[in-house]
Design a protein around this ligand. Sequence first.
Ligand code: ATP
Ligand code: MG
Length: 569
Amino acid sequence: MEANDIEKTEDKRGLNFVEEIVFNDLKEGKNGGRLNTRFPPEPNGYLHIGHAKAICMDFGVAERFGGTCNLRFDDTNPVKEDVEYVDSIREDIHWLGFDWADREYYASDYFPQLFDLAVRLIKEGKAYVDDQSSEQIAAQKGSPTEPGQNSPYRDRTPEENLDLFMRMNAGEFDEGSRVLRAKIDMASPNMHFRDPIMYRIIKTPHHRTGTTWKVYPMYDFAHGQSDFFEGVTHSICTLEFVPHRPLYDYFVDELSDGTYRPRQIEFNRLNLTYTVMSKRKLLQLVKEGLVAGWDDPRMPTICGMRRRGYTPQSIRNFINTIGYTKFEALNSMSLLEHAVRDDLNRIATRVMAVINPLRVVITNYPEDKVEMVEMESNPEDPTAGMHSMPFSREIFIERDDFMENPPKKFFRLAPGSEVRLKGAYIIKCDEVIKDADGNITELRCSYDPDTLSGMPGASRKVKGTLHWVSSAHAVDAEVRLYDRLFSVENPAAETERDFREMLNPDSLKVVKGVKLEPFAAELAKTQGTKFQFQRIGYFTPDYDSTADALVFNRTIALRDSWEKEQKKG
Ligand code: ATP
Ligand code: MG
């Protein structure tokens, strides 16, 4: 890409600091003017919203400046990895709206080259086999203020090291009995330079390479070199890798002739309130059955959010809002929810559903009459049009929308008061029917026949407007109401407590017998449909939903709905 093309791609939005670095590198013609990033997940779990931030950066910067982004599975630990995760990662990236074309790579593709490099470093006296246990090695590491101690095996000859390393890979030794270490400097002020481990013995078969290898490279010995082998120019990662960068450069320098070298750049992680982002903890929640699976709609995983009804656009908008910096922060779940609401408001089909139904009989409405009334499907979308909804003598309203002894500012239904049924008539409550225990079982109301749209009394104003459904036509559904997964704002910060104790016991509430208008029930047969249940919130059919037994997830509650309704009158 030519420098003036780059200038042209710049629009009014400011560049973030990573984009600025990339921009300048391109302008200076580094790496022959090439831009190649990568997203490097380890296939040891499902992706979460934190990964989405990295994906938006890695793919986004490439898109913006006409480069490419590889998908590279960092599959260096067969013990924890699985093809199930590989498949889910692919699906989630596509769902977010990004594509890697044919550039799908695996760190395991580079095992031969990495092994060759290790052999070369051994021959050059830059690596040695250590027979100590990981505990012994850790004990010699020193501290940031104190130098470490040399291993007693540090001065083995290259011949002996080579022989041992080959035998490690041939499976002659037990796991944990020996490692290959880089011979750098046990007194380095950077702890990562204190003879870092390059290879360890693992005998679990690998999901791609089977039993070919018995030694596996550590992250620090695989990542930079994999970037190099792939031609990656900008290796963008999170801030915890800052102290690894010198080691990244050290190994890359063993390969690069200087005309091209990948460069590591770090940005701040995404951390969200009321959830956890550690794959280890998420796996634990799944394994212990504390959630229904990786795609439980309360999980911070991409697949959980998809199932819950979040849109890719809302996730991308949220990530855009929080931006990329060099400082760790805790982002508010409310901000994500705001983005979700914003996008759903744009696209969701408006329907009526009564969550907690109360029967209303309209005594002056003919018994066998049914009228179809017209409802706007989405006022935010001019193409959405209208749909019809049946009105009849018996309807359901929300139990909360009636009060027998209302306070002053209660504008909904009460004995003797009037409300408008949205899209239909004004009704007045004449009588309250109760059972033997005094529970309200039914309301008797009368309607004003002159108040339907198009009639002279249509514009008559009353204070409240209620949603409703015709009882004879209503379709029953189950809804699942979700709340935050944890009751503590930052579970990761509470290091003294077991994170499982901080789970919100009320994070899932199941409500059955919800009454739905028929149009909604019909549309809900299509997975992924986004609904706004008027005055309640945004909902989507769950994967458990069938044509005979509808199940909905509440994606997010509708805030301020009541206030808005009041303003409309
Ligand atoms: P682990 O390495 O402990 O298994 P991880 O969350 O780092 O967990 P990876 O699969 O290695 O998982 O992550 C892939 C990429 O996603 C890395 O580049 C990593 O920096 C980035 N990433 C992971 N978590 C976040 C987060 N919370 N915010 C932003 N980026 C993240
Ligand atoms: Mg990682």
